[in-house]
Write a protein that binds this ligand. Structure first.
Ligand code: GAP
Length: 516
């Protein structure tokens, strides 16, 4: 059995080998936590964005899209709280010289040391008692479980308080008192904890001196907030309604060691849903379930879960993550946040411009409350590839077995939809027929024509990039205008007339299969 680190390494090397993702500036030894998307990667990324945009904007009459600029007025980041509060607590290990987020060290300690012990005790007891096992009773009476739960509660209480009060010494005390060690080296020789602002700053204008400092946006959401009235008035939307946006965001992440999971330049798909104050929890629950449904159309239920936030961001009165089981464990894939009227009220105060909505039913003006859904395109990409990369044993031509590497990405999201393959390259009748099918299909789908190498190798190549359908042109095609259509996952081949090909493929690739 493979360990999760091996699986993760395989994903990274597969992405590089098959043109999905390259290290940015690779020929200059790379730029840390910045990545480029290759030919197949950029197609998959576009398809993910299209799946999100269709689900959010196209299918909801009360959600509209925008595309706001990355650069914004610097006061926006003061009003949003990012200048003062968009910090991560940073700690260095003096021996290993490795840098960590203090909050992540503590959270990982709780998950890996305390939660795991409790899970083990429960599993042991379940085995011992079999069908008679009562988990709730066991959790509330077993002395070892109770001791661990008590320890966890005590750490959480101090940790949450230290985070809320910006108490860096308090965070360090939690790390030291619980003897939390550098996960890579085991050293407990730590520096003090310091706050580190995650925004990238630059200067606007030709002259650096005296020019205003502006920031590369750390979230796309603020572009939506400051356009709230422009959009509401021009589209005549009534509350509740949403504004969606896909775009780049930038964060100077302290720890960026997990490929495209945590990048310094990344892309977000965010939607702000503006609601009447007091109704926000209703919409928070609605979007929680709706977003989870979107993920479940792609991923098995066992790989997804909700995680309620213990530490709320400066703008939220409720928040949760939708977590995905990456090769390195369950981690945040998407955030759902009830942001109250924090952002609009603050922009109203800093700009001096009213950001209110006149509610015709209530006959009154108010600053709307906001429920936000926010997901990283790159993280969704990593989840998609992690879920798809499969190694399996398949029968070979000689009656034995062979290893097959296949990317089982949902057909609607695959970079290449159809490969058209003449059985042999030397037969001009086959190649010209295959070419004509390619010319016909390329207007509807992203297709590839491939005549190089034996047919088995070409199938493997298409499996590795995740192409869901291969159309093979053989001598029978010349006689009766039929081709074989091979399905990637089952490897089954069916014979169908060329005239029915386009429709058969279109049905299988329809985004409705996911959105239905
Ligand atoms: N507007 C709210 C917001 O930005 P967030 O939880 O900080 O909330 C939302 O980020 C999503 O953006 C995350 O769930 C994740 O998918 C993605 N994300 C955040 N930081 C990222 C990073 N450094 N690299 C890649 N994706 C990131």
């Amino acid at each position: 059995m493979q360990n999760s680190q091996d699986t993760f390494k395989k994903i990274i090397s597969h992405c590089k080998e098959y043109g999905y993702i390259f290290q940015s500036s690779e020929i200059y030894d790379g730029l840390s936590a910045v990545y480029d998307y290759g030919p197949y990667g950029s197609e998959l990324k576009n398809n993910i964005k299209n799946y999100w945009w269709s689900a959010m904007v196209k299918l909801n009459e009360n959600i509209v899209g925008i595309d706001s600029a990355i650069f914004m007025h610097p006061t926006i980041w003061k009003a949003s709280g990012h200048v003062d509060a968009f910090n991560d607590p940073l700690i260095d290990n003096k021996d290993s010289k490795k840098r960590y987020r203090a909050d992540t060290l503590i959270e990982d300690f709780i998950a890996n040391k305390i939660d795991k012990k409790i899970t083990k005790e429960v599993a042991k007891a379940r085995k011992r008692f079999g069908d008679d096992f009562d988990e709730a009773q066991f959790m509330s009476t077993n002395p070892r479980v109770l001791a661990n739960l008590e320890k966890k509660a005590a750490i959480m209480e101090r940790f949450t308080k230290a985070m809320e009060e910006n108490d860096m010494a308090g965070l360090k005390a939690v790390i030291e008192e619980n003897e939390i060690a550098d996960p890579e080296t085991g050293s407990k020789n730590w520096t003090d904890v310091r706050q580190f602002n995650l925004m990238f700053a630059t200067k606007m204008g030709a002259l650096a001196e005296g020019a205003d400092t502006i920031y590369l946006r750390p979230e796309t959401a603020q572009g939506i907030f400051v356009n709230f009235l422009n959009v509401q008035k021009t589209t005549r939307q009534k509350i509740p309604f949403g504004i969606a946006q896909i775009g780049k965001a930038f964060r100077n992440e302290i720890v960026a060691r997990q490929f495209i999971f945590r990048m310094r330049e990344f892309e977000q798909m965010e939607m702000q849903f503006f609601v009447r104050p007091g109704t926000e929890m209703e919409f928070y629950n609605y979007w929680k379930e709706t977003r989870m449904k979107w993920h479940r159309a792609l991923f098995p239920e066992s790989k997804l879960r909700f995680h309620d936030h213990d530490n709320l961001a400066h703008y939220a009165n409720a928040a949760l993550d939708i977590e995905f089981e990456f090769p390195f464990g369950f981690k945040e894939l998407e955030g759902i946040h009830s942001r109250t009227d924090f952002d609009l009220a603050s922009h109203q105060e800093y700009s001096g411009k009213k950001l209110q909505y006149f509610d015709p039913e209530l006959q009154e003006n108010y600053v709307p409350y906001v429920v936000e859904t926010s997901i990283g395109v790159d993280r969704m990409f990593l989840a998609t590839i992690s879920n798809a990369l499969t190694e399996e044993e398949v029968p070979d031509a000689k009656g034995g077995t062979a290893k097959r590497v296949v990317l089982k990405i949902h057909p609607a999201l695959c970079p290449v939809k159809v490969a058209i393959l003449p059985l042999v390259k030397k037969d001009e009748a086959l190649t010209s027929k295959a070419r004509s099918i390619f010319e016909q299909l390329k207007f509807s789908h992203n297709c590839q024509y491939d005549e190089k190498d034996a047919i088995g190798r070409r199938y493997r190549r298409q499996d590795a990039i995740g192409t869901p359908y291969c159309v093979t042109v053989d001598t029978q095609t010349i006689e009766d205008n039929t081709v074989t259509l091979r399905e990637r996952d089952s490897m089954e081949q069916v014979r169908i007339p060329i005239s029915g090909l386009e429709q058969a493929i279109a049905e299988k690739l329809d985004l409705r299969n996911l959105l239905g």
